[in-house]
Design a protein around this ligand. Sequence first.
Ligand code: ATP
Ligand code: MG
Length: 486
Amino acid sequence: MNSDPRIKQILSQIRKLAPGDLKAGIEAQDDLDAAIAGLDALAEKAEESKDAIKRLHTAQAAALNMMEDAEEFRREAERANDSLTEQQNILSSLNETFVHLGPDYGRNVQLITQACGKTLGAVCALYNRLEGGLLCSIGQWRTPGGFNPVDKPEGHICHDLIRKGKGNGAYIIRNLPETGYYKTDPNVAAYGLKTYIGHAVNCGEQTVGSLCAVFQEDAQLGANEGMIMGMLAKALENEEERWQSYAKLKKTNKDLEATQNASLNIMSDLDRQRKELDKSLQEKEALIREVHHRVKNNMQIISSLLKLQSYSIEDPALKAIFKDCENRIKSMTKVHERLYRTEDLAHIDFGDYIKSLAVDIFHSFKANAARISLAVNAEGVAMPIDTAIPCGLIVNELITNAMKHAFPGDRKGELVIEMKKIEKLTIELIVRDNGVGIPDGLDWRTSKSLGLNLVNSLAGQIHANIDLNREGGTEWRIRFGVKSQE
Ligand SMILES: Nc1ncnc2c1ncn2[C@@H]1O[C@H](COP(=O)(O)OP(=O)(O)OP(=O)(O)O)[C@@H](O)[C@H]1O
Ligand SMILES: [Mg+2]
């Protein structure tokens, strides 16, 4: 029965109605209909509300799911954060190690090995290297007593790792007692090892060693441990490369030192040779000086002999010949005399020589010297012996001729001798007198007399150019070249 209050109200109204009150009944009917219609609308609304509630429930369930997802996500984020913190801690601990690396290769290897063992929480860590065909544990952290650091490499896990050159990641072996290594690697059984993690260490293209950490339990090793091994292996690679460069540098230095020593030896050899040469040169110079001295002495003996001989000659013409000869020898003697006295054994100061020679010849003609004035004007010129002797003989002949023939009787006059450089390597020598002059008919180039003949042939010897000027006496102008001393 419908319990709606409005329907109840309508029904009570109907009961109160007098029978036959149709109008009122119709109205009541209408009201009833309206009420029913209202009820239907309400029912419809109620249905709608039900749907809405259903949707609300669905939405609520979805919201719950989302909340669960969010929670899961939060937990995941927390885990990620933890892992990040752990990685950060690992990195700062590794960084601590790297900061303390110094120039010492051995110490750095120890520090890196220690960081490997400590960071991974291993029982022991090693850096093994193949040296001279043996596997050497050059980096050790917490190795147990009785551990053998140098062993034949065959059978060791690390040796396999080095051979395979697993350069791209960590090499993990679990359940070691169940692997072949239990028998082949002496450390597995001896120390009850269960888990191995290793990483190859390269130097250039070659794998030279392996860094490893071992555990006596079934260690949980993941990406972080792999990353740690990678970073530490990289640090060892840097050490290896630095060490190799250092070894190369050391070798280069040694080579350089050897080259330097060799150069020093060569230099001291050269110095010794130079000293020997100096000594031998000094000996030769002394010898040459001695030779010039002896030649001069012998020539002096010859001129003395001639002089002695001439004392016994009565004939003045013959006496004069002896004197000429003596003077000729003297002019040569003077060259040798000067050579053994000078510093430079190969050259004499020709200007100086000419002056002395002219004065000597001049004074050897005592009788004429009083009537004749002599003027010598000569520049200092260095001249080698092979030019000096012929040139000295030419001058001797020309001065002698002037003294002998230019001023016959009581005739007075002057004799001028000049010598100068007219070019860098050309010398001009002038012997001039204002005497009677060479007889017109005499061609000096074809003269058969000894004096001019000598002048001619000696001039040819030194490639001299001779001009004779017969005006106002006799003027000889001789030009010849001297070799450069450089
Ligand atoms: N300066 C001079 N003045 C004058 N006459 C000269 C002069 N020089 C040379 N003569 C002449 O030329 C000649 C040839 O000279 P040369 O020197 O060849 O022979 P010499 O002096 O006579 O003897 P020697 O062969 O011993 O020198 C001389 O005899 C002399 O007549
Ligand atoms: Mg003469």
